[in-house]
Design a protein around this ligand. Structure first.
Ligand SMILES: [Zn+2]
Length: 321
């Protein structure tokens, strides 16, 4: 950043609201667009600009009168600068346009960090987290977050990656992987493995079930004519207990746990063929299983999927900035 316009070409004025003739400072972008703005707004948003304006700025060579606005040439493009200034303008903080790409958003975030605009930086990161880029390309988002030192955003991206990326197929290459360290990628894989283990454990210990889960048909030991699958810790109608479920349900728990170890996400539970196999076995069981097993299993499946979806947010991503 300097206050001398180095280009020979004629600058062009920015679009509204950055064409105000009453402006007291002009920010000139690297591609020669003049943004007419106000020192007070920039000073409130940025300690860097506040310090700059507290100093006696040399007049720009093109300034004709002493009352003409100062021209400050910056290294940001007009696109980045427009976004940055829209975030600074109070009336537009909630109506800033969305970013066309993750790179565009990162450029604005870099500018906000450069000018120490912490409030703007927070808004930009919030906008990026809510953007489709995290949903559709979480590994790239994770990589960018690692490079920028954005811990919370890296955790969200890692959680999304566990949800949608087929890590086992090894076809999840994205160019951003060239930019991050092997350590950062290792920590993503480590995090996913921790999610695999935590998801599998949900099926080995059912104490996460709510007390009034309505799953007595699965957990209470009244299946006299059903083969027992052994004991399992659970929350039943009388609180935490050792349940003695029928064998078919225990087999469902074991198989689903193994599937979750491979793909630790809610969809694994909802899409598993084991559910239909268990329904069939329930229909061949005792009176309790036949009359109430299917409904209880469906309820269990929904509760389990909801619990699995929380795992990626409970497992902590190791992060080094
Ligand atoms: Zn039974």
């Amino acid at each position: 950043m300097n206050d001398v316009y180095p280009e020979q070409q004629e600058p062009s004025p920015a679009q509204p609201p950055f064409d105000d003739p009453n402006a007291d400072v002009i920010l000139r972008s690297s591609d020669g667009v003049d943004f007419y703005t106000f020192k007070i707004i920039l000073s409130l948003a940025s300690p860097v600009f506040k310090t700059m304006f507290s100093l006696r700025l040399p007049r720009d060579a093109e300034s004709i009168s002493p009352s003409s606005p100062h021209v400050v040439t910056v290294t940001e493009s007009s696109e980045t600068l427009e976004h940055l200034l829209l975030y600074c303008f109070p009336r537009s903080s909630s109506s800033t346009p969305s970013f066309d790409s993750l790179d565009d958003g990162v450029a604005v975030a870099e500018a906000a960090a450069k000018y120490d605009m912490q409030g703007v930086l927070g808004h930009v990161k919030e906008r990026l987290v809510a953007s489709p880029f995290l949903e559709t390309d979480p590994i790239t988002f994770y990589g960018v977050s690692c490079r920028k030192g954005w811990k919370a955003e890296a955790q969200l991206a890692a959680a999304r990656a566990v949800e949608v990326v087929e890590f086992g197929c090894m076809d999840h290459y994205v160019p951003e992987l060239e930019n991050i360290t092997a350590g950062a990628y290792y920590r993503l894989l480590r995090y996913r493995l921790d999610c695999c283990v935590a998801s599998k454990k949900l099926l080995e210990n059912l104490t996460w079930l709510p007390k009034a889960s309505g799953l007595e048909a699965l957990l209470d030991p009244h299946h006299r004519s059903c083969v027992s699958g052994g004991g399992i810790k659970a929350t039943g109608s009388r609180g935490q207990t050792t349940a003695i479920p029928p064998l078919w349900f225990c087999e469902y728990l074991k198989g689903t746990g193994e599937e979750l170890f491979v793909q630790p996400r809610a969809y694994t539970v909802m899409d598993s063929d084991l559910y239909h196999a268990a329904l069939l076995k329930a229909s061949q069981g005792c009176q309790t299983c036949r009359s109430r097993g299917a409904q209880a299993l469906t309820r269990f499946r929904n509760l389990c999927a909801a619990e699995v979806s929380k795992v990626a947010f409970k497992v902590k991503l190791e992060f080094k900035s």
